[in-house]
Design a protein around this ligand. Structure first.
Ligand SMILES: C[S@@+](CC[C@H](N)C(=O)[O-])C[C@H]1O[C@@H](n2cnc3c(N)ncnc32)[C@H](O)[C@@H]1O
Length: 340
């Protein structure tokens, strides 16, 4: 048994075949954490639900739909930038690297990196880390398309996955964090998170992060409030999930999706708005939730950055910037950093 598993007895190991294994915390622990976090975040004056809870099976599927929407520029823009890496990334890595990905989701963009890795290496190791069960499904799909791929998945939080990775072995890691998911952190938590990544990394490791850039408010607001209502469905789905998994009685007709760009704080703010005065029971969290008409439950922040802020963010958290790639319209950025 390797060191990482000895250190993490809370994980159950699933070996699917010689190419795929994954680790997952025990089901009772997952449910307990969900119930406790919901109880604490809704039992206060400014109510919130953290965005990691969006991603049950339906939430992950809805997110994939969002990625294809005409208004949702981040996915196609980041893909366009990733395509440039085919010729440029090989000068930063050699064939000793493993690919690790935080919030891998459907691993669609990952394929652009796997194309590079699997061509450079006899066997490529990929460690996706994602809180969603979608990880298992997307890993199986990847294995159908890449013969020389071996996958060790960690179905857990980013922090759990990083702890798992820390001291795992001496192999160099390229850690990916795409989709501007980093923008969900508050500025303070984001810095703490980058310091955590930095302390997980060995001196030869690399970190490649996709960050969304500040732009016109209208472009931003329509990206998070699409005409087809898929983002609204995604936002409301978290209440269905709480109903299903925590025995709650949210009536989804009594809520609406609300999102707005806060220019001063450079972030999209996403909420669920209560349309009536109402009470909701969340049995497994032991909570009777009273909501007033127009009261907001905060569900997501998506921070946007300037290039100067990105520079400061990394230099102040112990990194040096190796390279930044941008799209033609400077809508999105990909930054490669290493430990300073
Ligand atoms: C915005 S999606 C991005 C997916 C993909 N990387 C992309 O760029 O299209 C965020 C992904 O991270 C996962 N996720 C969100 N919060 C997480 C957390 N705290 N820990 C682990 N995974 C998380 C979700 O399940 C989802 O697959």
């Amino acid at each position: 048994m390797n060191k990482a598993i000895q250190k993490h007895p809370d994980y159950k190991k699933y070996v699917i075949d010689s190419k795929l294994q994954y680790f997952k915390p025990h089901a009772s622990k997952i449910e307990k954490t969900f119930a406790e976090e919901i109880s604490s975040s809704l039992n206060r004056e400014s109510k919130f639900i953290v965005p990691k809870f969006f991603y049950d099976k339906k939430g992950s599927d809805l997110f994939e739909k969002i990625c294809t929407l005409p208004e949702y520029y981040p996915t196609r823009t980041e893909i366009a930038i990733l395509k440039k890496l085919k010729t440029e990334l090989p000068s930063f890595i050699d064939d000793s690297f493993r690919l690790v990905e935080l919030g891998s989701g459907a691993s669609v963009k990952t394929r652009l990196l796997l194309d590079i890795f699997t061509q450079m290496q006899q066997t490529t190791e990929y460690f996706p880390i994602d809180i969603s069960e979608i990880l298992a499904e997307s890993s199986e799909q990847l294995l159908q398309d890449y013969d020389n791929l071996r996958i060790t998945g960690i179905i857990d939080t980013y922090e759990g996955g990083l702890e798992f990775l820390k001291n795992y072995d001496d192999k160099n890691n390229l850690i990916l964090f795409l989709g501007s998911s980093f923008g969900n952190f508050s500025p303070t938590d984001g810095k703490i998170f980058l310091e955590k990544i930095n302390s997980t990394m060995k001196s030869g490791d690399l970190f490649l992060i996709g960050l969304d850039l500040v732009k016109d408010s209208q472009i931003l607001e329509s990206a998070y409030n699409d005409k087809q209502g898929i983002t609204a469905e995604f936002n409301l789905n978290v209440l269905s999930r709480i109903n299903d998994e925590l025995d709650a009685d949210f009536n989804l007709d009594n809520f609406s999706h609300y999102s707005i760009y806060n220019k001063e704080d450079q972030r999209i703010e996403m909420y669920l708005k209560s349309l009536v005065n109402q009470s909701v029971v969340i049995s497994k969290s032991g909570l009777l939730l009273n909501l007033e008409k127009n009261e907001l439950i905060h569900t997501e922040h998506s921070h946007k950055f300037t290039l100067d802020q990105i520079k400061t963010l990394f230099t102040s958290t112990g990194f040096k910037i190796n390279h930044t790639w941008l799209d033609e319209k400077t809508n999105f950025s990909l930054t490669l950093v290493s430990k300073n």
